[in-house]
Ligand binder design. Structure first.
Ligand code: AMP
Ligand code: GLY
Length: 418
C-alpha cells in the first residue's frame, strides 16, 4: 500500500516513522513534511489547507490511503475533498471535525450524549461574560476561545480581570467550571461505529518546569501512566468515546479518524476537558513508540469503515518519554532559522530506542535549521519511565540550538512514584 501523510510536525514524523516500519507500506509520502520526515518519506510540497491540491496529489501519487495529521486541514474539509476524489482517508469530515473546531459545538454534543464535562456557558457579550465568570465558585477562571487557536486560546487564571480581558478579546467564548485533578490524553481510532482505544498518555502543556508559564502546544509527554487506574480506558470508552461517536453518527455526521479525549480525573470522576479530531502532539510520539501492531491496516480499516474486522491492538511493555525542544521565545513569536547541531551524534551514539522527531525544521544546504516554535521532539523508550526519561534527556543534552528551551521535568513525578 502507498500512503500519503499530510502535515509537517513531530506528530507526522512519528506517524511516518511507524508507517515506514510497516511491511504493508510499499511507498510513503509526506506533504509538506520537514527535514526529519524527509529521511523516512518522500516529501512533496503542498498547501495542506487546500483540499483540491491534496486530493490531486493523492491521485497523482496513486496512494491507497491519505492520513491527515493536523486539525486545520480537517476543519477546512481536506478529508472531504480527498474522499470525494475516491481515495480512502484517515481523518474526519469538516462537519465531524467541528468537535475540535468549535468548543461550543463540542459542549453541545457532550450534553446530548450524556458525556461528563465541565459545566459551561457560551458567551458573546460583556454582560454574558460577567455573569458566566460569577456563575461558578470564583477563581480559577477558565476562558476558551470558541475557535481553533493552536493550543493558545485557553486561559486558566486566578485573576478575574485577566480572564475577562481574554473573553472580551474573542468573538465567542466558552466560560466553564474549573476541573481539578490530573490530566490524561486518551486517543481512539474509529470508523464512526467501532471504537478502538489506544493507550493513555500525559502531556505537559505549560512552557516551564513545575507547570509554570504560559500554555503551549505541549512540551513533552509520556506513556504509560503507572499511577492511573487499570480500568480507566474501559471507563472512558463507555462514558466518553463510544457515546460521542454514536451521537455524531446519529446526527448524520459520523466521525471517522482519531478521536482525542483530553480528560481531567477529578474527585467526582472523569470529565472531558476537550476533544480533538486528530492525533495529539506530543502524545502521539509516545503512544506510537509503544504500539506493536503495524499501523497502516488499522488506519485503512478506519478509513474504509471496516474497523470491526481489526484484531485488538498489541503493545510493547516498554515505557516512552518525549521531550520537546522549542525555539527561543516560544510560545510567543518564535525565533527561527537557527542551525541545529548534534542530530548525527544522537543517531550514532544513542541506539535505536532513542530518536529525534522533527517538529519545525528545514534543510538549508547541509544544515538543518529551526523553522517553528516547537523544533524537535526527542523520544526514547526504556524498560520503565525512569529509563526512558534518562535516555531522552541524554539525547536532549547532545542537541545544540541557540536560545532553545525545554522542560527538565517531563515524566519526572510519574517515574519517581512508579
Ligand atoms: P484545551 O485547549 O481545552 O485543552 O485547554 C488547554 C489546557 O487548559 C488544558 O490542558 C488544561 O490544562 C487547561 N484547562 C482547560 N479547561 C480546563 C478546565 N475546565 N479546568 C481546568 N483546566 C482546564
Ligand atoms: N497535546 C495537545 C494537543 O495535541 O492538542
Amino acid at each position: 500500500m502507498k500512503v500519503l501523510v499530510i502535515g509537517g510536525g513531530a506528530r507526522e514524523h512519528a506517524l511516518c516513522r511507524s508507517l515506514s516500519l510497516d511491511p504493508d507500506v510499499s511507498a510513503l509520502y509526506c506533504a509538506p513534511g520537514n527535514a526529519g520526515i524527509a529521511e523516512v518519506a518522500e516529501v512533496r510540497p503542498v498547501d495542506a489547507l487546500d483540499g483540491d491540491a491534496v486530493a490531486r496529489l493523492a491521485t497523482e501519487l496513486g496512494v491507497g490511503l491519505v492520513v491527515v495529521g493536523p486539525e486545520a486541514p480537517l476543519v477546512a474539509g481536506v478529508a472531504d475533498r480527498v474522499r470525494a476524489a475516491g481515495v480512502p482517508v484517515f481523518g474526519p469530515s469538516a462537519e465531524a471535525a467541528r468537535l475540535e473546531g468549535s468548543k461550543a459545538f463540542a459542549k453541545e454534543v457532550m450534553a446530548a450524549a450524556g458525556v461528563p464535562t465541565a459545566r459551561s456557558y457560551v458567551c458573546t457579550t460583556p454582560e454574558e461574560v460577567d455573569a458566566a465568570l460569577d456563575a461558578f465558585h470564583g477563581a480559577p477562571y477558565v476562558v476558551k476561545d470558541d475557535g481553533l487557536a493552536a493550543g493558545k486560546g485557553v486561559v486558566v487564571t486566578e485573576d478575574r480581570d485577566a480572564a475577562r480581558a481574554h473573553a472580551l478579546g474573542c468573538d465567542r467564548v466558552v466560560i466553564e467550571e474549573y476541573l481539578d485533578g490530573p490530566e490524561v490524553s486518551l486517543f481512539a481510532i474509529t470508523d464512526g461505529v467501532t471504537v478502538l482505544p489506544l493507550q493513555p498518555a500525559q502531556d505537559f502543556k505549560r512552557a516551564l518546569d513545575g507547570d509554570e508559564g504560559p500554555n503551549t502546544g505541549g512540551m513533552g509527554a509520556y506513556s504509560p501512566l503507572p499511577w492511573a487506574a487499570p480500568k480507566l480506558v474501559d471507563e472512558v470508552m463507555e462514558s466518553v468515546l463510544q457515546p460521542t461517536v454514536d451521537e455524531l453518527r446519529h446526527r448524520g455526521t459520523p466521525f471517522s479518524g482519531l478521536l482525542y479525549a483530553g480528560l481531567a480525573l477529578t474527585g467526582r470522576g472523569v470529565r472531558v476537558i476537550e476533544f480533538n479530531a486528530r492525533f495529539g502532539d506530543p502524545e502521539t510520539q509516545v503512544v506510537l513508540a509503544r504500539l506493536r501492531t503495524p499501523l497502516a491496516s488499522v488506519l485503512l480499516n478506519a478509513a474504509n469503515g471496516t474497523l470491526a474486522a481489526e484484531p485488538p491492538l498489541n503493545w510493547h511493555e516498554d515505557a516512552a518519554v518525549t521531550v520537546v525542544i522549542a525555539s527561543h521565545n516560544y510560545p510567543g513569536d518564535p525565533r527561527t532559522g537557527d542551525p541545529i547541531e548534534g542530530l548525527a551524534e544522537v543517531a550514532a551514539e544513542d541506539g535505536p530506542d532513542t530518536y529525534v522527531l522533527h517538529a519545525g525544521t528545514r534543510r538549508e544546504g547541509d544544515a538543518v535549521v529551526s523553522a517553528g516554535g516547537r523544533v524537535l521532539s526527542v523520544t526514547a523508550t526504556g524498560s520503565d519511565l525512569a529509563q526512558a526519561r534518562e535516555k531522552a534527556y541524554k539525547a536532549v543534552a547532545r542537541i545544540r540550538l541557540d536560545g532553545a528551551q525545554h522542560r527538565t521535568d517531563i515524566a519526572a513525578e510519574a517515574a519517581a512514584h512508579r
